[in-house]
Design a protein around this ligand. Structure first.
Ligand code: BGC
Length: 384
């Protein structure tokens, strides 16, 4: 008994050092070795404590965490951070990655329900594809938190925690506006767009956030989309695949820029797609290197930022989001009021899901040291 009290106290103490709310500095701890080569390189250290997660309800409770894939660095980090922080708070954790396979994710979530999970945390591959499992969860009275990506077309979603997705796009577009000094420069400047996966509800928010700021400049002719492709449907990247983005970029470059036309900007919604564009440019473009935007501060892209091959990336500290979700889990299970800061934006076609939006942060070659290394997100060695 004494031992149990001691271990609970130790867990609480650990959580206190790990936890930081959204919008604060970093929280959370090392990305465990999840088998991903990228993530294995990403060592994270505990950041200053801000607030302890409520751990009262943790004992004997199990949390199912369903992540879309191990193929992209960020989901490995998200999964590792969630597991680490939930365990530190005393929960049992069932963490699964679904290899970007919708059926696999569906059966993993169903197994979590039959395996006795008390709360589910789900980052969906395809937002609308988990209806059956969500109905099962609702029937069994299991609360569901949509993690980073909204779960669509279901009234079984209790809460949503993410970064402000619209703002991510705005940060990217504002960077372009500032760099080109669009309000003063004569232009015109040539721009192309690459957006995300149409099955991911976030992708439209990112694109619209950017397009809403850039459209006036396109309309007045200061920005010229040489390929003519400027609707979300035209510029989307199924699966967010680097190879998919690269193929499309190669086609655009060979059809529109092979004659020496200058490309000034390629606005990419995230880092995996930016990498595809950067690969395509390396082999198919010889003009002045364009401004390229991204999101996530993945290791490869951060290296490219340092090398001048990518201009910026939006930093979404996965430790911070995990800390917020661990806090939500605790609040749900102990019957406390759950912290949300947005009850209007995220309608999933069935309900408007109460959400907590974390602040995305701008990163580039000038501030990456402070943001990524000083905070313990990466080590210097990770970026060499
Ligand atoms: C996430 C991004 C990520 C993308 C591809 C989105 O839902 O919000 O951070 O880059 O998925 O995995």
């Amino acid at each position: 008994m004494k031992k149990r009290v001691l271990s609970t106290l130790l867990s609480l103490a650990l959580v206190a050092t790990l936890f930081a709310g959204c919008g604060g500095s970093a929280g959370g701890d090392a990305a465990a070795d999840t088998g991903s080569t990228d993530t294995a390189a990403a060592t994270e250290e505990a950041a200053p404590a801000e607030e302890a997660a409520p751990a009262a309800a943790a004992t004997g409770q199990k949390v199912g965490v369903s992540m879309p894939t191990k193929d992209l660095q960020r989901w490995n980090q998200d999964g590792a951070n969630m597991e680490e922080q939930l365990k530190a708070a005393g929960y049992e954790v069932d963490l699964q990655f679904a290899a970007n396979d919708v059926q696999q994710q569906l059966s993993q979530v169903e197994n979590m329900i039959s395996g006795g999970c008390n709360v589910l945390v789900i980052a969906a591959i395809e937002g609308s594809s988990l209806g059956e499992a969500l109905d099962m969860a609702k029937e069994a009275g299991i609360p569901v938190i949509a993690y980073d990506r909204l779960l669509m077309d279901s009234d079984a979603v209790s809460y949503y925690a993410t970064f402000d997705n619209y703002k991510v796009g705005q940060v990217q577009a504002q960077y372009v506006i500032d760099q080109l000094d669009l309000d003063n420069a004569a232009g015109p400047f040539n721009i192309e767009f690459t957006a995300g996966d149409p099955g991911d509800n976030n992708a439209g928010f990112f694109f619209n956030g950017a397009m809403d700021l850039l459209k006036p400049y396109i309309d007045e002719g200061k920005l010229n989309v040489v390929s003519g492709q400027k609707t979300f449907e035209e510029v989307a990247t199924p699966t967010w695949g680097t190879d998919v983005a690269q193929k499309r970029a190669e086609n655009i470059l060979s059809s529109n820029y092979a004659d020496g036309t200058q490309l000034d900007v390629w606005l990419c919604s995230n880092d995996s797609t930016a990498l595809g564009v950067e690969n395509a440019l390396a082999a198919n473009y010889t003009g002045n290197y364009p401004i390229i935007t991204g999101q996530d501060c993945d290791i490869e892209n951060t290296k490219n930022m340092i090398a001048g091959k990518q201009s910026m990336s939006v930093f979404k500290d996965t430790r911070t989001l995990a800390a917020q979700v661990v806090k939500m889990v605790g609040q749900i299970l102990s019957g406390e009021t759950v912290d949300v800061n947005d009850t209007e934006t995220y309608n999933n076609n069935k309900i408007t899901v109460p959400s907590y939006l974390c602040e995305p942060v701008f990163a580039d070659a000038n501030n990456y040291k402070e943001l990524l290394i000083d905070s313990g997100y990466y080590t210097e060695a990770d970026l060499q």
